[in-house]
Each structure stands twice: as C-alpha cells, then as structure tokens.
Design a protein around this ligand. Structure first.
Ligand SMILES: [Zn+2]
Length: 309
C-alpha cells in the first residue's frame, strides 16, 4: 500500500474520531435545549403551542445528528485491517451508511407512528388542565361549546362554524372574568385578507379547461368568506399526469340519535374517518349538533394545508 493511501486512511480515521463526538454532542444538545425550554415554559397554552408546533422538528433534528454520529463511529471500526486491502474501506463505508440510515429510518418511523398518539395525550393535558385566574388565584371553569358562544364575537363564531379555529373560553365563576384561548380547528380554512378571520372557504370549483391526455387543464376555485362575505378567485393548474379525486362525505350522512336511549345524555362523540392508504383521522365532539355540522363541512382537501389564495 502506497504512502499517500496510508496517509489518507490516517486522516480519514482522525476526521471520523473528531466528527463522532461533535455530531453526538449536537444531537444531545438539541434534545436537552428543547427539554429545558419545555420545562421553563410555565403557561399551559404556551406549552401546548411549543409541543404542537416545534417538538417534532427538535426531535427529528436531534435524531439526524445521532444518526450522523453512528455513521462516523462505524467508520473507525477495524482500522488495522485496512492496511491490507483498500477494498475494506469501501465495504466499511457502505455498511456504516446502512447502519446510520437504518437508525434514522427507525427514528423517523417512531416519530411518524408512535409519537403522534403520545403527543396528542400530552397536548390534551396541557389544553384541559384547569386555568387559574391571575387576578384572584381562583380555578377557572372551561365552558362547553354551547355556553361559550356568548363570549365569542361574530367573527370568532364564524371561524368555529367552519371548524377552522377552536376557541376555549375559561371563566372565573366568582368574578365573571374570562380567558379565551385560540386553537387550530379540525379543518383548514384560509385567512380572509379583508376581515382577518380564518373563514375563507372554498365555495365551488369550475373547470375552465378540461384535462386531456397530453395537456394540463385549468380550474378556477371560488372562495367566499363566511364572515365578511368577501369573494376571491384563484386559478389552479390541473396536471394531466395525475387526476386526484377528492372525497366528500355525502349530504345524506346523518347522525341519528338512538331512540332507545332518550334518557341518557351524549357527552362525547368520537369519529374516526378512514381514508385510503390506511390513514385515520380522529375527531371528538361534545354534541350531535357539532358532529353533524362538522360532517357537512368535511372535505378531504381541508385536512391539508392549502397555500394562501
Ligand atoms: Zn372575511
């Protein structure tokens, strides 16, 4: 083996020995930083927002750096064997890559399938833990969907009606002080650029140019704000490569209250919507009216974030 090859192997080993702890340390630091940030966030709503919006990204990046550290450390294995055959260098590089990617992939699977249920449980705790009135120190009470309307203005109610935003109203029963928290709703509606509420809804779609085998089509989406009635149009290109068919629960989907159970009060309605590809979306409602209203609004496209119209 030539001098230069031996030099290269030595440098390579030194680099790997240096990069392993750096990458591992960055991964651990990201994780520790996030944990400290979470534990120093005292307000439940702020905790909720941190976990729901940022936790996934923190965990994912921590795992990416750990995967990197695994790749680097595997590249230092059996350095002596290398002096006999350079082939071993490539084999080791390939195996290291496989192990690093495997770790990353398993971490990603855990984050995609195991983590969401666990995250949802914690979010529920943060959202429903009793709030305390800062002025009196009293525990506040969360109002039900029916009771809260009196405390929401018309725009807020319009947002709740299209399920784009969910407001929680907490009340101090002694003093009447209220505290309103805003949560993301179960369906997506765009923010209206006139009134500022998330009430811009797709009204109808009009195909202005049919998709052919070789040519793209064109579609005009008509949006209407359910609060200020603003109307907006947006032209969308329809690719001829895939024609996605949207799914809508039909008008005839109706919930019927069980006539045999008239005396009992429904306290919670759980709804699982199964979508092709094994995806399941779960929803909870406090009463039949809410659930029925939701079914009317439900369209698969509203589950996905749509770009600003
Ligand atoms: Zn509006």
């Amino acid at each position: 083996m030539s001098e230069s090859t031996l030099n290269f192997l030595n440098n390579w080993r030194a680099a790997m020995l240096l990069l392993t702890p750096i990458s591992a340390a960055i991964g651990i630091l990201i994780f520790v930083f996030y944990k400290i940030k979470l534990s120093t966030t005292k307000v439940y709503k702020a905790k909720y927002d941190l976990v729901s919006k940022h936790e996934y990204k923190f965990l994912l990046s921590a795992h990416v750096f750990i995967a990197g550290a695994i790749f680097f450390v595997c590249n230092t294995y059996e350095a002596e064997g290398l002096t006999h055959s350079f082939m071993w260098f490539w084999i080791r590089l390939f195996i290291s890559l496989c192990i690093g990617v495997l770790y990353g992939y398993v971490a990603l699977l855990m984050l995609k399938f195991y983590y969401p249920t666990q995250q949802a449980k914690r979010l529920k705790v943060y959202r429903y833990a009793p709030r305390v009135n800062p002025k009196t120190g009293n525990k506040m009470k969360l109002l039900s969907e029916e009771e809260e309307d009196a405390y929401l203005d018309e725009g807020m109610q319009a947002e709740e009606d299209v399920f784009s935003v969910d407001y929680d109203v907490w009340i101090d029963e002694d003093t009447g002080d209220t505290h309103i928290e805003k949560y993301e709703g179960r369906l997506h509606a765009m923010e209206c650029d006139r009134c500022g509420f998330q009430t811009l809804k797709l009204e109808k779609e009009e195909i202005t140019k049919e998709v052919s085998d070789h040519e793209d089509g064109e579609l005009i989406k008509h949006y209407k704000c359910t609060y200020c009635k603003r109307i907006k149009r947006k032209t969308v290109n329809l690719s001829h490569e895939k024609s996605a068919s949207d799914f809508k629960i039909t008008e005839s989907t109706k919930l019927i209250e069980d006539p045999l159970n008239m005396g009992a009060k429904v306290i919670l309605i759980k709804m699982d919507i199964h979508i092709s590809g094994g995806r399941v979306e779960s929803y909870e409602f406090q009463n039949m009216v809410e659930a029925q209203k939701f079914l009317k609004e439900f369209e698969l496209s509203k589950l996905e974030e749509e770009e600003q119209a």
